[in-house]
Design a binder for this molecule. Sequence first.
Ligand SMILES: [Fe+2]
Length: 443
Amino acid sequence: MATRPMARPDLASPPHGDPPLETSSLETCRARLAATRARTLALAAPLGPEDMAAQAIEEASPTKWHLAHTSWFFESFVLARFLPGYRLFDPAFGYCFNSYYEGAGARQPRPRRGLLSQPSIERVMAYRRHVEEALERLFDSGLAPQSEAARLLELGLQHEQQHQELILSDILALFAANPLRPAYRAAPPRALCSAPEPLRWIGYAGGIVRIGSDANTDFAFDNEAPRHDALIHPFEIADRPVTNAEWLEFIEDGGYGDPAFWLFDGWETIQREGWEAPAYWERRGGLWLAMTLEGLRPLEPAAPVVHVSFYEADAFARWAGARLPTEFEWEAVAQQEAVTGNLLEDGALRPLPPAETFQGHARQLFGDVWEWTCSAYLPYPAYRRPAGAIGEYNAKFMCDQHVLRGGCCATPQSHIRASYRNFLYARQRWLFAGLRLARDVGR
Ligand SMILES: [Fe+2]
């Protein structure tokens, strides 16, 4: 991989400083919520009732379940608590559509959500309308902007955005498991772009960096706080994510066959699972194809590789003579960049080659692919788990998972930010996850 020396911005002094204080009004929240709910339905619109009921893998859920669960979240945590006289749509739905909240009672086991042939999609749509009409009444009731109900409404909106990405990721897993390899949508003809640009390294001096979110942001999850100092040593980071072409080099160099590149658990996993390539890659007639939301397509050499596990990302980085960035390194770089990129609203629904020419800074930090970091998903210093069922949202998963950053081509633009922490188990690869390389300097 080619390298090019770069100027080293001082990470200790982010040029933009802390974000300004902005508070969304309830009317803005109301409009955003209506738009979010409508977009969820639009994402499900290309699917038939059979597609919406099936579940491919334990981690993924049927679309119908997502449509109902996002309504259950508002019903359980907002309407049942804060709208006087609210009537549950169906008391049995709590069991069907609770995801993992122990505080909200028993639930259908996650691997068996695909067995919920009932309720029908028509009844789930009626559930959504019931909840939305009740939310309208709640907005009309004169909520205080800083009330707990208003905070939970915002959380429900952000939660539904997360499930929009999951609808697409889970449908891709379902269609990839179908021998017909169906397409979520038709693909317009397009020319594959040429070979990827050479990778460039961008140097950073490191220092004490402010990491995480604070109360001055519009919204952040509890796991992004408290904002705190982190010590970062000098490092270099790649100007773009690893591409399909580079991953092919790894495969052709025997990367999946040499234990020297792999963590013990990773080597065990690829032996057990028979992995020889990213998820959804298929070799047909000597040509590599990849299952996408547009069906089985030729690999785009310059596009970021996607659907790799932490184990694979880590092995690739070792093969390349580099490593994965820490989540603090990634955030320090991303704090200096605008939150733009190939996100859900762009409509590509797949990772794309860089849209802009190299201008001396890191590209594609936001969108395209979630980027694995080498950081364990742990609480920040002085983090306190919120009380009640909502405390289960993020905190109880802070064990044995790794952090991913930056969002992907299925993440809503208003949902992602530099401090955002996604997390997955090391073996998981059904989300749109790829990687960006980093390396040490002077150590
Ligand atoms: Fe959820």
